[in-house]
Structure formats: structure tokens, C-alpha cells
Design a protein around this ligand. Structure first.
Ligand SMILES: C[S@@+](CC[C@H](N)C(=O)[O-])C[C@H]1O[C@@H](n2cnc3c(N)ncnc32)[C@H](O)[C@@H]1O
Length: 251
């Protein structure tokens, strides 16, 4: 299981950030193609708002887009000193703040409430305990009608079904091995939240090792009862985006 220590070592010491995370978007063609064709359609109803918090922002692959939809306060949190320094140096919009945290606490941003909380391609690597801890804090940081969209592991469920430790045809994506989407769904409900949608997705192999969970406070979005869907074509969608958008790249 990727521990806090593993995350600190990997992202602050071992990883070479020279491509700023753009390398992880190559399957879609670019971060721009991935944002506008894959991520934006899933979150567009919730952005274009006052205050946004991004957890585990890295070198800002999504920050640069999210900030454009933020009218007031943008806060980014990450456990890596290097990442936070890069973001501080490169994203200097008014009311834009970045904090290095201990991999657990959101205390540094708790003076504000947020309309939208976002994390993608990061919390897949944290333990269920750390994820649950973040979810509890997020629930206390959301405005009454605020929404959170997080990408996390579902590898615990896959492991239970298959018993196979490697998560993608023998290749390790370093997903947390205990987290399951259903446990996260129930945890949100038990802690005063409501799931708007849970999309259980593949990450290139056949198995549904990941999950996108969108949630809010219990009293918000009345009439919505959380949908859980399994989408085993998340990466097929990426391949289509790569092909279909190729002529529009580099214009
Ligand atoms: C694969 S990178 C992705 C960065 C960015 N979200 C992106 O998509 O380009 C993972 C990031 O998560 C951060 N991270 C890992 N565990 C964390 C934790 N427990 N709390 C805060 N940040 C964490 C790392 O420092 C790193 O910047």
C-alpha cells in the first residue's frame, strides 16, 4: 500500500517533474484535451463559482483550468514542498494560495468555506484512512450547496473479487489496496454527506480499479439520490478523445 512516506519520497525526492504531469495526459493527447473532454463534462455544473479548493495539486495540471472558473479564493494543498513552491511561483492570481500540508490535515484552508473541492489523479495513492480523514474535513469545509469531486482507488473491491495483487496486467499503478467505492459511499452517508454520483472506472486494464465520487452535504441537492455506475470504458473514451481531437491540437 502506498504510505504517506512513499508519497513524500516519491513526489518530493524521486519523481522528475520536468513535464509537470503533462506526461500522464498523453493517453488523451494533452491535459487540455483531457480537461475539456473528460473532466469538464463531469464537473461543469459545479464550477464557475466563488471559492475552490484543490487537494494534491502537484504541478498544477488541473489548477491552471480550475483557476479560470474561480471568481474569489483558490486554494491548493499538497504534501510536496517542491510542488507547492512551483505552484506559488507560477500561479499568482489574486486570492490564490498554496499550502504544503502533512498529507492529512486541511487546517491551513479552514478559514474559508468552498463551493467546489476537487482532486484528480492523486488520492488513488492514499490509504483509506487518509481518504476518509480528508472526506470528513471536506464535509466541514463545504458551503451549504458546495460540491466535492474526488478521484480515488477502488482497488480494494477488485482485490476482493480477483485476489490478484497487480492492478493492471502485472503493472502496479500504486493504488491503495484497501479502498473500495462502496465503503467510501457509505462513509460519506455516515458523516453527514450525500453522494450525487459514483462512477467506477478502469485505468487502462480490464479491472475497475478507480472511482470518481461526487458528493455534497446531506441537505443539499434535494431530490437527488446517489447513482452508482460502472464505466469500464473510461480509457476507451480517452482513446477516442486522442484520435478525434488530434486535428485540433497545436492550432
Ligand atoms: C500523481 S501526482 C498528481 C498531481 C496532480 N493532481 C495532477 O493530476 O497532475 C500525485 C500528487 O499527490 C500529492 N499527494 C500524495 N499524497 C498526498 C496526501 N496525502 N495529501 C496531499 N497531497 C498528496 C503528491 O505530492 C503529488 O503532487
Amino acid at each position: 500500500m502506498p504510505s504517506l512516506e512513499w508519497n513524500k519520497n516519491t513526489w518530493d525526492k524521486e519523481y522528475n517533474w520536468k513535464l509537470k504531469g503533462e506526461e500522464w495526459s498523453q493517453v488523451w493527447g494533452s491535459s487540455e484535451a483531457q480537461w475539456f473532454s473528460s473532466i469538464y463534462p463531469r464537473i461543469h455544473r459545479f464550477i464557475g463559482c466563488d471559492n475552490v479548493l484543490e487537494i494534491a495539486c502537484g504541478y498544477g495540471r488541473w489548477t491552471k483550468f480550475l483557476m479560470q472558473y474561480t471568481a474569489n479564493i483558490f486554494s491548493g494543498v499538497d504534501l510536496s514542498e517542491e510542488c507547492i513552491q512551483y505552484c506559488k511561483d507560477n500561479f499568482k492570481a489574486k486570492k490564490c494560495t498554496f499550502f504544503r500540508n502533512d498529507g492529512v490535515s486541511l487546517a491551513a484552508v479552514s478559514v474559508n468555506k468552498f463551493d467546489f473541492v476537487f482532486s484528480f489523479d492523486s488520492l488513488v495513492h492514499v490509504s483509506q484512512e487518509v481518504l476518509q480523514n480528508y472526506i470528513q474535513q471536506i464535509l466541514s469545509l463545504l458551503k451549504p450547496d458546495g460540491v466535492c469531486f474526488i478521484h480515488h482507488s477502488n482497488f480494494g473491491e477488485v482485490l476482493k473479487q480477483t485476489g490478484v495483487q497487480e492492478d493492471h496486467g502485472g503493472y502496479k499503478h500504486m493504488r491503495d489496496q484497501t479502498t473500495s467505492s462502496k465503503d467510501i459511499y457509505d462513509f460519506i452517508l455516515d458523516h453527514g454527506g450525500k453522494v450525487i454520483c459514483q462512477e467506477i472506472i478502469d485505468w487502462g486494464g480490464g479491472d475497475s480499479i478507480d472511482c470518481l465520487t461526487t458528493f455534497c452535504l446531506n441537505d443539499a441537492y434535494k431530490g437527488i439520490s446517489g447513482k452508482r455506475i460502472k464505466n469500464s470504458r473510461f480509457m476507451t473514451e480517452a482513446n477516442i478523445i486522442l484520435e478525434a481531437h488530434a486535428p485540433y491540437n497545436n492550432l
